[in-house]
Ligand binder design. Sequence first.
Ligand code: SF4
Ligand code: SF4
Length: 101
Amino acid sequence: MSDITVTMPDGRTWVPKFVKTINQEKCIGCGRCFKVCGREVLQLVGIDHEGEIVSIASDEEDDDEYEKKVMTIANQMNCVGCEACSKICPKKCYTHEPMTA
Ligand code: SF4
Ligand code: SF4
């Protein structure tokens, strides 16, 4: 088993590191990672007073339903391992890992 490596046109190699976890204790729901991910991997959700996940409509004005907003991984298989989300996150919430074959 070894990490999957991509060879670039100029001969350089790159090991994609796919999104693994988002630390919801540290996440402040700022949405920066969502904006940079072009693959629709991520979804912002609300956490209510009981710690349950509540969906947030994009045009939602009423935030009484939830206590805080956090980012979640909705479509992990869409991830291309670019790490843009991790680089922009101000709270260092992300972990990534290479794919092995
Ligand atoms: S690594 Fe890239 S593709 Fe994967 S979730 Fe982060 S920004 Fe999106
Ligand atoms: S950039 Fe970091 S703190 Fe902001 S929503 Fe994404 S995971 Fe949370």
